[in-house]
Design a protein around this ligand. Sequence first.
Ligand SMILES: C[S@@+](CC[C@H](N)C(=O)[O-])C[C@H]1O[C@@H](n2cnc3c(N)ncnc32)[C@H](O)[C@@H]1O
Length: 427
Amino acid sequence: MPRPATPRPPADPPGVPARRAALRLLDAVLRRGLAIEQALDGSTQGLAPSDRGLAHAIAAEVLRRLTDLDDLIDSATRNRLPDDAKARFVLRIALVQALRLGTPPHAAISTALPLVDGGPRKLVHGVFGTLLRQNAALNDPPALPGTAYARIAGNWGERVADAAGAAIAAPPPLDLTLRGESEVEGESLLPRHVRVAAGTSIPELAGFAEGEWWVQDLAASLPARLIGARNGSGSGRALDLCAAPGGKTLQLAAAGWDVTAVDVSESRLARLHENLERTGLSAQVVTADLLKWEPGFEADAVLLDAPCSATGIFRRHPDVLHRVRPRLIAEMAELQAQLLPRAARWVRPGGLFVYATCSLEPEEGEAQIERFLAEHPDFAIDPVLPDELPDGIPVDPRGWLRTLPGMLAEQGGLDGFFMVRLMRVAA
Ligand SMILES: C[S@@+](CC[C@H](N)C(=O)[O-])C[C@H]1O[C@@H](n2cnc3c(N)ncnc32)[C@H](O)[C@@H]1O
């Protein structure tokens, strides 16, 4: 006997699928501890690119404003909603659209209510309506989550933590690294750098299809700059370790190095291949786990852009403010401590070794290098020079570079990074 067909759930009305995807993204970050980028494909399957973009924008803005959104919600509920209550998630999505993203309130709430499913629709509708009637507003600049604020303030002081709050108030500008001498309109803070306004459409900008530039935060462009151009005769060999998606590989290749780029992630290396193709630059690309791989040669320059907690890139990836915990920082520090001495072995005597992380945590930067130098007397710091940097970024007296929230604030800021240039000297 044919089985009776299971009734299909009714299709979502227009506008709802993007909000449902935003809900899935927030669940992935806040309840499962994933990065937005990790969850994006799975959470937005089947959506048109514009809806995928909208889902991402809603989730990212909720994460920038989460503390203030929750304070508003708590001010309008008699019994505090649990942190993981569906109703709280749906209210965050509706409120952020009405208060931050310019969505008309009736559209924000009517596309959010279906997400409550069998839950308390009346409560969600009521809290949303109450807050809008009270002309509720979100703080500017936004408050960081308490744990993130305490960690930044503990490491770098309250001024830096306050600057981090200010840095997420608006999307940051976009930095382009130029392959050669091409002209792109915008502010240039270093040679081969141009800064364009947030929201600029990348594919429509002149020179994109021709591969004349690539998007790379100004701070992220500094480690490869510390290696510099390959001058003189012969082919200098550079190892770019943890290379994907390849911003630094492109810089090294454009500067004349014979680059071997290594990364363990095939999907991220696929983007590196696309980037090489678009820019017409070349590199040998190796898929390998650096804890096992051996290059079989000593390089003139080695760049290790180590995997890290990524707390320095919170402006574009606000999920790190919520999901990075001390345990993840400790795990990353352990991995870095294993990668550093391996990478160092592959630097020829007299060669350069640059270590970088996009983290605000001293455990992943300063502490790694202090320990490495104590254990490797054949390496010494080759201090970063002020004229290698944009005005307004100080070199640490110990010769390394630490970029922090608040630096270059008037020009739009830059990501938080640690980087150091070492030279292999005789032991
Ligand atoms: C900070 S990202 C690299 C960004 C890249 N350098 C750029 O400029 O585009 C760190 C990279 O380390 C890679 N990675 C993590 N563990 C690794 C390992 N054991 N061996 C090789 N690569 C690894 C990750 O796949 C990730 O692509």
